[in-house]
Design a protein around this ligand. Structure first.
Ligand code: PNS
Length: 170
C-alpha cells in the first residue's frame, strides 16, 4: 500500500535533481505531494513563494499524480492535515546525511507514525543544489540539463528587475 508521499522543500528553484527524485518516487508511490515551504527560520529565498510554485507546477503540468502545495509551520502537522505518513527526501552525498538524519529523527519524535523514506540522488545530479544553480545563472554559466527552461526564463526576468539589490542569497 504505497499511498501518498510528501516531498517537501524550498525549491528555490526546482532542479533536475528534485525532478529525478520525484520521477523515481512515482514508481514507488501512488501520488506525490510536492510541499513547498514558506520562508522559515529567516532563510531568504531568491524566488517568491508564488514563483517557486509556478515553476514546479509548470514542470509537472502533465503529471496527474503530482500535486503542488505550500505549507507553513511544522512539516509533520502539514502531513497530518493531508492524512499522509511518508516524507520523501533525496540524499546527494554524505554531507546531506547529518542534517537529514536530524530532521527525520526530529519529525519522528514529534510524530511517531510518520516515516521518512530516503532515495539516493542519481550520480549525475549529486553535485546539484538550488544554490549552485543560482550562482551559475548569476554568473552567466550554462545550466542545460540542470534546471527546466522555466527556471532560466524566470531567473532572467527577476535578475533584470533586481539587478541593483542582489548582493547575496543562501
Ligand atoms: O529544500 P530544503 O531547504 O532542504 O527543505 C527543508 C524543509 C523545508 C523540508 C525543512 O526545513 C522543513 O521541513 N521545514 C518545516 C519546518 C519543520 O517542520 N521543522 C522541523 C523539522 S526539523
Amino acid at each position: 500500500m504505497p499511498g501518498i508521499a510528501v516531498y517537501p522543500g524550498s525549491f528555490d528553484p526546482i532542479t533536475y535533481g528534485h525532478i529525478n527524485i520525484i520521477d523515481r518516487g512515482l514508481k514507488i508511490f501512488d501520488s506525490i505531494i510536492i510541499a513547498i515551504s514558506y520562508n522559515q527560520s529567516g532563510k531568504k529565498s531568491f524566488f517568491s513563494l508564488e514563483e517557486r510554485v509556478s515553476m514546479v507546477q509548470e514542470t509537472f503540468k502533465d503529471e496527474k499524480r503530482v500535486v503542488v502545495e505550500t505549507f507553513k509551520g511544522l512539516l509533520v502537522d502539514y502531513l497530518q492535515s493531508r492524512n499522509a505518513k511518508i516524507i520523501l527526501r533525496g540524499l546527494r552525498t554524505v554531507a546531506d546525511f547529518e542534517f537529514e538524519l536530524q530532521m527525520s529523527l526530529a519529525n519522528k519524535k514529534m510524530s511517531g507514525n510518520i516515516e521518512t523514506v530516503f532515495m539516493m540522488t542519481e550520480g549525475k545530479y549529486s553535485f546539484l543544489s538550488s544554490s549552485i544553480i543560482k550562482e551559475i545563472l548569476l554568473l552567466g554559466g550554462p545550466v542545460k540539463d540542470l534546471v527546466p527552461d522555466v527556471v532560466v526564463k524566470l531567473f532572467n526576468e527577476r535578475l533584470k528587475e533586481r539587478k541593483s539589490d542582489i548582493v547575496s542569497w543562501e
